[in-house]
Design a protein around this ligand. Structure first.
Ligand code: SF4
Length: 204
């Protein structure tokens, strides 16, 4: 089936503004620009990561850095066409700490997650995916509204408040950062299995 690809942000109501003009938390001061989700309207799968990284912040698009490249590779390997997936993050602005001159990613705090949840919920409403795949614990918390370890979450049937089934898996960054080859291979197998489950659940 041919799907219309949206390369721009979903539409947000005028009254609420948009992530581009949002000042609901302090992250707008750190990020270059808001990075909202991208993908086809009506995408069966929505992937939710944590926050844009430094490459995404510069480009203004989600998942264009090294973890995005790996993510697309893993999706392809699992039989998921990345062009049919809506990809977004729990938080829309890049937050960082300076280490020398390098901008090092900073995990968003509870206040930032809560503030930005409005935009994630709007994306969910507009895309209405059949299945949500969360990448990492921050994304899982943002979607479910409660903190759960990935190990425990993988053994449960989960659903977002909207009633959409949720598959929890690890962020590709965990695979990139894993120190040992054995750990990398195990994470890769786990993520691939979770993408496969999501695909079957979405019925695609
Ligand atoms: S991170 Fe989210 S809540 Fe915070 S300013 Fe940006 S768009 Fe608004």
């Amino acid at each position: 089936m041919q799907l219309h690809i949206l390369h721009t942000a979903p539409e947000f109501s005028r009254d609420e503004g948009s992530p581009a003009t949002c000042r609901r938390c302090i992250l707008w001061r750190e990020g270059t620009q808001a990075v909202v989700g991208e993908g086809p309207r009506g995408a069966p799968l929505m992937l939710v990561g944590e926050a844009p990284g430094t490459e995404e912040d510069r480009a203004g698009h989600p998942f264009v850095g090294p973890s995005g490249v790996l993510l697309r590779e893993l999706l392809g390997e699992a039989g998921v066409d990345p062009a049919r997936v809506f990809m977004t993050n729990a938080v829309k602005h890049f937050g960082y700490q300076l280490r020398g001159r390098r901008r090092m990613h900073r995990t968003p705090g509870q206040r930032e997650l809560q503030a930005c949840n409005l935009w994630l919920r709007r994306e969910l409403e507009q895309i209405a995916p059949r299945v949500i795949v969360t990448l990492g614990t921050t994304a899982l918390k943002a979607v479910l509204g409660e903190r759960l370890a990935i190990v425990a979450a993988r053994e449960r049937s989960l659903a977002a408040p909207e009633g959409i089934p949720v598959i929890a898996t690890y962020h590709p960054l965990a695979l990139l950062r894993a120190p040992a080859q054995e750990e990398k291979s195990a994470l890769r197998r786990t993520i691939l299995a979770d993408f496969g489950r999501a695909l079957r659940l979405a019925g695609t």
